[in-house]
Design a protein around this ligand. Structure first.
Ligand code: HEC
Length: 200
């Protein structure tokens, strides 16, 4: 019930999401639950990487949902709501049965069934100080623009890359896509309140 009322409008009734959000469930198998490594991450047959394909630890899922969701009202879920939502997500991936009651007492047992529990690697720039960073950028040194406005409007070339976003969103819930067949609004709304930055 919590999922349907608070999460499904953005993430789909079965965690399938829509064109904009990546799916939460899908792409994992009973074999992955045994090996702890999601095979479809390597064979690239899945169109998108789902949360359950990637996430190695249940605690990460719990913590992320508790602190960051729901998107339009973060920190509004109780710990019990969060356990229930994590259990629901894991049941969508058939990692636990759909009547399973997840709690602090059994979360460690459930961890041993996470499909990608052995898939985490620290062998990349994000972890290793001497490694290559995941992203690279360069600073403008001459003829630089005086003022850069950062906003959430897509650049022209990307604006209609996936067709009309407004038609791909569910008609209920908090999230609305803008009509991407039309040009973007000429001016971004001003930032409300001092110190609040990237609120989209
Ligand atoms: C208004 C739309 C919206 C609602 C409602 C919403 N989410 Fe999200 N959710 C998002 C967005 C946007 C992201 C991606 C955020 C990012 O990457 O910074 C996200 C990301 C997530 C992720 C991580 C996905 C990944 O693989 O990185 C999980 C898990 C999640 N949401 C669970 C929930 C749960 C549980 C609820 C209901 C309590 C919920 N969301 C409600 C928009 C929403």
């Amino acid at each position: 019930m919590i999922w349907e009322s608070k999460c499904a409008s953005c993430h789909g009734v079965f965690g399938e999401s829509n064109e904009i959000f990546t799916p939460i469930a899908g792409g994992t198998t009973t074999d992955d639950i045994k090996t702890g490594k999601v095979a479809s991450l390597a064979d690239r047959k899945q169109p998108q990487r789902t949360t359950l394909m990637k996430v190695p630890t249940v605690s990460t899922l719990w913590d992320y949902i508790y602190r960051a969701m729901l998107w339009n009202a973060p920190r509004s879920l109780t710990p019990d709501d969060t356990y229930a939502l994590v259990a629901f997500i894991l049941s969508l991936g058939e990692i636990i049965p759909d009547d399973f009651v997840l709690s602090d007492a059994n979360i460690a047992d459930v961890q041993r069934k996470m499909p990608n529990r052995n898939g985490m690697t620290r062998n990349h720039g994000f972890w290793s100080v001497n490694g290559k960073p995941d992203v690279n950028g360069s600073s403008c040194m001459t003829n630089c623009v005086k003022f850069v406005q950062i906003g959430s409007t897509l650049p022209d070339f990307a604006r209609n890359a996936h067709g009309n976003i407004a038609e791909q969103n569910r008609l209920y819930g908090p999230y609305r896509g803008s009509d991407s067949t039309k040009p973007p609004i000429a001016k971004l709304p001003g930032v409300i309140g001092r110190g609040s930055s990237s609120r989209c």
